[in-house]
Design a binder for this molecule. Structure first.
Ligand code: HEC
Ligand code: HEC
Ligand code: HEC
Length: 163
């Protein structure tokens, strides 16, 4: 028994390792299939080794969040905003995907396949800041146009002589 126990432990350990490898590989494999429509990132390389990031990126963002929010350490290398700035780039028609678009949004492309759900983008921007600002301006312009239609419709009614 005394000799068997460590052996069992070793077997258990390697089984777990194999399982981790298989699971790891399947999520990475699923990614490749989905990444086809994701526009290429900006820059030559990631803030960390790309292969390492594939598997460990969530540690990077979560650690950075805790550093910033809990420990008050402010750096930009691992900020979520930086990830988004480099990784969310326009497609051929110039559109930036939202997180709800799992075909084209870098982060969503894998998460959907790997059944990962995150709530980060209910608060954080899912596209670079300048894109969001432009979209906001556009919708304000449209709202203005709509208003002016209403104004002129009101004028039309007011200025039409009553029978
Ligand atoms: C309820 C809103 C909310 C949700 C949900 C949320 N955050 Fe945050 N997050 C914040 C706020 C507020 C800050 C502080 C911003 C600051 O002080 O600059 C912050 C800061 C951060 C930072 C540090 C600043 C930066 O730009 O990098 C990171 C990283 C971060 N969050 C990651 C995440 C991740 C990853 C998730 C999802 C697992 C998430 N957050 C979900 C509100 C939220
Ligand atoms: C300066 C631009 C830049 C920033 C900032 C950046 N990345 Fe990257 N990232 C890249 C590039 C370029 C690659 C592809 C590198 C390669 O293929 O060798 C990459 C690769 C990756 C990969 C692997 C993707 C795959 O399909 O294999 C992940 C995951 C990733 N980045 C996540 C992040 C996260 C999370 C952040 C924020 C903490 C971040 N990146 C910040 C440019 C960036
Ligand atoms: C290469 C595929 C891939 C890409 C690209 C990717 N993720 Fe992930 N992400 C995963 C997988 C798989 C997990 C689950 C990892 C685990 O639990 O071991 C995960 C987990 C996470 C988690 C932790 C969720 C939790 O509650 O534990 C966060 C946060 C996260 N990703 C953020 C991002 C952000 C932000 C981006 C885009 C900048 C991104 N991911 C891009 C595959 C990816």
């Amino acid at each position: 028994m005394r000799i068997l126990l460590p052996k069992l432990a070793v077997i258990k350990h390697s089984l777990a390792l194999i399982l981790v490898l298989i699971l790891g590989m399947s999520s990475v494999y699923a990614v490749d299939e989905h990444a086809i429509n994701v526009p290429a990132p900006k820059g030559e390389e990631c803030v960390e080794d790309a292969k390492w990031m594939r598997v460990n990126h969530f540690k990077t963002v979560l650690n950075h969040r805790d550093d910033t929010v809990i420990r008050g350490i402010r750096t930009t290398k691992h900020s979520l905003k930086n990830c988004i700035d480099c990784h969310i780039t326009p497609n051929e028609t110039g559109d930036y995907a939202r997180y709800s678009n799992s075909e084209e949004h870098f982060c969503a492309s894998c998460h959907t396949t790997a059944a990962v759900t995150i709530d980060c983008f209910s608060c954080h921007a899912d596209r670079p800041e300048h894109v969001i600002r432009a979209a906001r301006q556009q919708s304000q312009l449209e709202a203005l146009k709509e208003n002016s239609v209403h104004v002129s419709a009101t004028e039309l009614i007011l200025n039409t002589p009553q029978p």
